[in-house]
Design a protein around this ligand. Structure first.
Ligand SMILES: CC(C)(COP(=O)(O)OP(=O)(O)OC[C@H]1O[C@@H](n2cnc3c(N)ncnc32)[C@H](O)[C@@H]1OP(=O)(O)O)[C@@H](O)C(=O)NCCC(=O)NCCS
Length: 198
């Protein structure tokens, strides 16, 4: 059956680009958003040992799995299904931002992030989220970047709001966590609307 709407972005739109390194800053200092390297696997292992990251990202990892997780991102880029960046501050891995889902035909990306416990409370996640979103909009042509977080995770709500992702509503019992179903809050940033939605 014919599709009656042309793709907003063609296949190949991501792979024609090299994954960038983005320099930005948080209120606490410079932040670098860069592709993952094999040497980052121990930091990823530490991250997924943290109870809060386990709680909100609903997974743990062995060392082998952390190496495989770091190594799988170039394949996601090549398939145009996602992208992952390490977020570095003070010369060490502080966190990550990733495009967990990408629909080029719809010019839509869904974003995820975490920050290691030692780096929290310095505005690193909003800075990195803003940098990745700006790049997705200006270089890839993404029109809508969205994210969801549990309504029981106010810190993530603050990150989204500070990075210009306006709240759009609540998906009831949409997120399955270790302690059961959570209502999920949706936020999005649209390419043609400012942070105030106008
Ligand atoms: C949510 C998270 C990404 C925030 O990252 P961050 O770089 O600390 O972000 P910020 O510094 O902007 O802080 C965001 C909020 O976290 C809370 N916070 C501040 N200091 C904190 C600390 N030391 N530890 C935990 N939370 C803190 C505050 O509510 C803050 O909001 P405010 O700036 O309005 O006071 C990070 O806490 C995290 O990775 N948590 C566990 C995993 C997670 O929740 N991922 C998101 C799933 S949707």
């Amino acid at each position: 059956m014919p599709v009656l709407v042309a793709p907003e972005l063609p296949a190949g739109r991501l792979t024609r680009l090299a994954q960038p390194t983005l320099a930005t800053s948080s209120p606490a200092g410079p932040v670098t958003v860069r592709p993952w390297a094999a040497a980052d696997a121990p930091a990823v292992l530490d991250a997924y040992a943290d109870p809060a990251i386990q709680q909100w990202h609903v997974r743990s990892m062995t060392s082998d799995e952390a190496h495989a997780w770091v190594a799988h991102w170039p394949g996601r880029w090549a398939d145009e299904t996602g992208a992952g960046w390490a977020v570095e501050a003070d010369g060490v891995v502080a966190g990550q931002v990733s495009v967990r889902r990408l629909e080029l035909a719809e010019a839509w990306a869904e974003i995820s992030y975490w920050v290691l416990p030692h780096a929290r409370g310095r505005g690193i996640a909003p800075a990195a989220l803003d940098a990745v979103t700006g790049w997705l909009v200006s270089e890839v042509g993404i029109l809508r970047a969205s994210l969801t977080h549990s309504t029981r995770n106010p810190a993530s709500c603050r990150v989204a709001t500070k990075a210009g992702y306006l709240p759009e509503g609540t998906l009831r019992r949409q997120g399955r966590h270790a302690d059961g179903w959570h209502d999920m809050h949706v936020h999005a940033r649209l390419a043609d609307l400012g942070a105030d939605g106008a």
